[in-house]
Ligand binder design. Sequence first.
Ligand SMILES: [Zn+2]
Length: 246
Amino acid sequence: MSRPDGTKLFAINAGTAALADFGVFSDIGYFDGMAHEVRVPSYLIMHPKGNMIWEAGNGTDQDFGFMQLKANPIAPQLEKIDLTPKDINFLAFSHLHIDHIGEASTFKDSTWIMNTIEWNTMKDDLGEKALVADYVNANKIEIQGDHDVFGDGTVQILFTPGHTQGHQSLLLRLENAGNVILCGDAFHQRETRTARLVPSFNTSRADTLASMDRLEGIVKYQNARLVIQHDKRDFAELPKFPAYLD
Ligand SMILES: [Zn+2]
């Protein structure tokens, strides 16, 4: 099927998160004592029926001691392609951790697509609740599982719990680039995937592994490209904004 005005995926550098000890990202000791800095991305999906932001970055620089967040705000970058936050129809997150919701309030007038399990079980360890407080009064679509955003299969939210109870990934069906999965924090690094590493702070080890299996199945049987959002190498292999996949 030809889609001349088909869906576009833009990867936006929304900052970094640096940890002096990345050990908590594996409960079998794989990363113990290793310092590591990850990419914090946001993604713009342009579809003929509307624009969506997936992940809202860090928002501001913050030092939590164990982790330093550096922000690279999203909205000024959107200006490069003549978009303002008002042009963003939908806002969705893989989950409600601080490095995914920092600029959520920038898009408070968008329709928030929220997994209610995630909303109801979110923690507030690093001040997350204040960052998504606008959800209460926002236009919203509440989901509890998979969700086809535009109704044509091109942009699908997949329920992939384990990192958090309502964690989700995004499956895009692009005309030229093919099927692309943005995996949220189902995998944190390429090593997470090859060694099937489960962070010690995930809400369910079993659900994490089951969600990994689901994503690997889509990779295998639907020939999908899996993008590990926090991996700088995977981010660097995507077109540099404002270039895009389509
Ligand atoms: Zn994250």
